[in-house]
Every structure is written in C-alpha cells, then in structure tokens.
Design a protein around this ligand. Structure first.
Ligand code: IMP
Ligand code: MG
Length: 191
C-alpha cells in the first residue's frame, strides 16, 4: 500500500522527463511582487480580473490572493483554431464573461503569450465593451515566436525561452496542469 502511494507520488512531480525551469518557491516570490505592484497601481479603482480558461486557473488563484484590494473576478474560455501547432489567430468564444465590464478597470489574466494571436484578438473583443482600461497580466512571456509584436504585456511573471513549457496551469494535451512548478518536457514523444 505505502509502496503504491510512493509510486504514485513519484510519477508526475518527479517525472524524469521534466526539467524544472521555475520552482514553486521562485513562483511564489514572483507572485508576491506582482500582487504588490497591482495593489499599488489599482488603489481606488474598480478592478476586475478576467482569467482565460483553462491555463490561467492557478496563476489567477495565486495572483488574486496577492492583491490587497477589493476586486471581482470573471472568466472567459476561448479556443484558438490551430493549424497543427501554429495559431491562426481566429478566436472562438466558448464561454463569455458573466458580467459587463463597462466602467471597470480590467486586467486580463493569461498563462502564456506565445505568438500573441489569441490574446490580440481577445483584447480586441473586450476593447469594444466600454471598460475604462484593459491591461494584460501573463504568467509567462515567450517572446521568440511572437507574431503580434505590438502586443503589450503589462505584468509578466517570467520570460521563457522558445520551448514548450508545462505546469502551474499550462498543459501538453491536457496533462501537467497540476505541476506546482514550470518545466520543459525534455522528450515530448515520451510524455
Ligand atoms: P498564442 O496565440 O500563440 O499566443 O497562444 C497562446 C496559447 O497557446 C496559450 O494561452 C497556451 O494555451 C498555448 N501555449 C503556447 N505556448 C505554450 C507552451 O509552451 N506550453 C503550453 N501552452 C502553450
Ligand atoms: Mg491559454
């Protein structure tokens, strides 16, 4: 029984096919910094955090607890049509916001900006809804494959090299979102 449990515990968080880029401790420290910055910059404003499902779920949960202000949250789910692994920039809204953002200060919370096509389109859509301001917080910024060079990320957790990364909400074919750290999958064929 105990052997079984330790086997289970070793299969994902200690998966030898993962190379850790940012540890849970490093992530915690960075989130506290981002939260303090947002707390300063949104004093006295009606702040709405809009999480983009599913990848942002963990970042959203940690970031909101690091912001010492009254705020509300909402979620959107979008699917970007991909040709193979390349995003085409067409975005379908799978789940829209539950509440209007008119007159609010919005921070869109995303897991990673890669080409930037998904986020650019999403910001365009939200931009027509009468918010006072819309800013972008992305846990990771992968600048190398960026197509939308003009996309501004206002709050970034970490800048990552041009590798496929997983953990802390980010997945590979649905797996690895539960890793408490950010890792590179060394051999995707073995994933
Ligand atoms: P973009 O439109 O190319 O910026 O794609 C953004 C979306 O692709 C992100 O929200 C992620 O869901 C996914 N994505 C891009 N790069 C990675 C990665 O390295 N790991 C996991 N998901 C990724
Ligand atoms: Mg995403």
């Amino acid at each position: 029984m105990s052997a079984e449990i330790s086997h289970l515990a070793a299969t994902e968080f200690s998966n030898p096919n993962l190379e850790i880029l940012y540890s849970a401790d490093q992530i915690r420290t960075r989130i506290v910094e981002l939260g303090a910055q947002l707390t300063r910059e949104y004093q006295g404003k009606e702040l709405v955090l809009v999480g983009v499902l599913k990848g942002s779920c963990i970042f959203m949960a940690d970031l909101m607890r690091a912001i010492d202000l009254p705020l509300t949250i909402d979620f959107m789910a979008v699917s970007s049509y991909k040709e193979g692994t390349v995003s085409t920039g067409d975005v379908e809204i799978l789940k829209d916001l539950s509440n209007p953002i008119r007159g609010k200060h919005v921070v869109v919370v995303e897991d990673i900006v890669d080409t930037g096509l998904t986020l650019s389109r999403l910001l365009e859509i939200l931009g027509s809804r009468g918010a006072y301001s819309i800013r972008l917080a992305s846990f990771l910024d992968k600048p190398e494959p960026r197509i939308k060079k003009e996309l501004k990320i206002d709050y970034t957790g970490f800048v990552v090299p041009n590798h496929f990364v997983v953990g802390y909400g980010l997945d590979a074919a649905g797996r690895y979102r539960n890793l408490p750290f950010i890792a590179v999958v060394k051999n995707p064929a073995e994933a």
